[in-house]
Design a protein around this ligand. Structure first.
Ligand code: FIX
Ligand code: ZN
Length: 419
């Protein structure tokens, strides 16, 4: 084929892939968004977009206001400081800043005038319910996994009281306090009627399992999840490893649910930054190997925060089919790293992966997080299909659609359903 003919063929392939990637709905398997029934827990709008902890961390690179003077300020004032530092006084080139602009742009708002009050006026006129639907439609997100914590004092009473579920919002049971702060958590479980104590005796474990069962049923959890620090090891003699082995894993087996491990977050590296103060450290993937090999009847969803863990994690997934790799989490969710991770994953584990989740904390972020990822995925898939074509394999449109569906939630669903 001549150079010109092969370029035309590649351009046609790129258009076909882009169209399919743009139009395939997503199941966003990890977010911090809430069913609208949770009212003010569902964050949305320009103020929340600006005070997102990713932007707070970046703004403090430029601000000279002391941390302790920043936090008591109203959200409006915090948002103004961030807007000035990150959008007015410097060009918003970081991924989190660009994200705000992509979102505004796709919502058809004009940010070119740098007019924050005008943006605020637009958001003030929106109705939440309609805005939820609009953002989901723009992001082409069909369903969303929430992060649901019985230990959250604002969230727990809503579940206890009960409400009509919005079927677009799926629950996932977050168990960090149970695994990482057992002594404090045990006291709370006692208040809630579970007969537990500090020592992890057999009756205490069985009560911890009763707690997990009650909440799994109450919220209809799709999976259980925890974020773990770099020094997490399994097996181990500490409470965390014991609770995983004796309570969480048997519980997951009983209910047929995956256990999601989000590895390598160093909490509160700079506590003065609050939610923005977490860092990253290399995770120990030998522990993941031990879990996958030691508990073949359990299913593990795993994402890792350090870029340096990504290759080893893919290799592990080649060895253990009870391991499903997901997402470009947090500090890895920057285009350069997302592209590298997505290429590497497809090259090592094909389409048996969920390459992205949004981790959105603010509803409107769905719009940019998925727009940005679709752009990268289109590029990566076009390269892959073009390479197949050079090897004499022409993927049909139906095959490309099937593949993208898998990447956008199909493979995850298949993994959850597998016995
Ligand atoms: O542990 C998590 O689920 C993390 O995603 C959060 O703790 C983190 O604050 C975040 O929003 C990252 O995107
Ligand atoms: Zn998260």
């Amino acid at each position: 084929m001549s150079g010109a003919a092969s370029e035309t063929k590649r351009a046609a392939l790129a258009r076909r892939v882009e169209k399919i990637v743009a139009n395939t709905p997503v199941f966003d398997i990890h977010t911090h968004l809430y069913d609208p029934a949770f009212k003010e827990l569902l964050l949305w709008g320009i103020e929340e977009l600006l005070v997102y902890h990713y932007l707070v961390a970046e703004a403090f690179r430029y601000l000279d206001v002391p941390y302790e003077q920043f936090w008591p300020l109203s959200r409006t004032r915090q948002a103004e400081l961030i807007w000035n530092a990150l959008f007015v006084q410097h060009s918003p080139v970081s991924e989190a800043c660009r994200g705000v602009l992509t979102t505004l742009n796709l919502l058809e708002l004009d940010a070119r005038k740098r007019d924050l009050p005008a943006l605020r006026r637009w958001f003030a006129k929106q109705n939440v319910e309609k805005h939820v639907t609009r953002c989901l439609e723009l992001a082409k997100v069909e369903r969303i996994c929430m992060t649901n914590s019985p230990f959250d004092d604002l969230e727990r009473p809503v579940w206890e009281k009960g409400f009509r579920r919005d079927e677009r919002f799926v629950a996932a049971l977050r168990v960090d306090p149970l695994l990482l702060a057992w002594n404090d958590t045990a006291r709370r479980l006692v208040e809630w009627g579970y007969e537990v104590g500090a020592a992890l005796s057999a009756p205490v474990i069985s009560e911890a399992r009763r707690f997990l069962s009650d909440w799994t049923k109450r919220i209809q959890a799709k999976y259980l999840m925890v974020s773990l620090p770099p020094d997490f090891r399994f097996p181990d003699v500490n409470g965390c490893a014991q609770l995983i082995e004796k309570a969480v894993l048997p519980h997951c087996r009983e209910f047929g649910l995956p256990f999601a491990l989000m590895l390598g977050v160093k909490r509160a590296v700079n506590p003065a930054l609050r939610l923005a103060g977490d860092g990253v450290g290399l995770a120990d993937l030998q522990s993941v190997q031990n879990l996958c090999a030691g508990f073949p009847e359990n299913k593990f969803l795993v994402t890792a925060l350090p870029r340096e863990n990504q290759h080893e994690l893919c290799v592990l997934a080649r060895k253990f089919r009870n391991l499903h790799v997901f997402g470009c989490w947090w500090f890895t969710n920057v285009p350069h790293v997302v592209e590298e991770m997505t290429r590497m994953r497809l090259e090592l584990i094909g389409l048996s992966v969920t390459p992205q989740h949004s981790d959105a904390r603010v509803l409107d972020q769905l719009v940019y997080k998925w727009a940005h990822f679709r752009e990268i995925l289109s590029r990566v898939l076009t390269d892959k299909y073009a390479a197949l074509s050079r090897a004499g394999w022409e993927p049909t449109t139906a095959e490309i659609q099937r593949d993208v569906k898998d990447l956008f939630g199909g493979a995850f669903e298949g993994f959850c359903q597998a016995r």
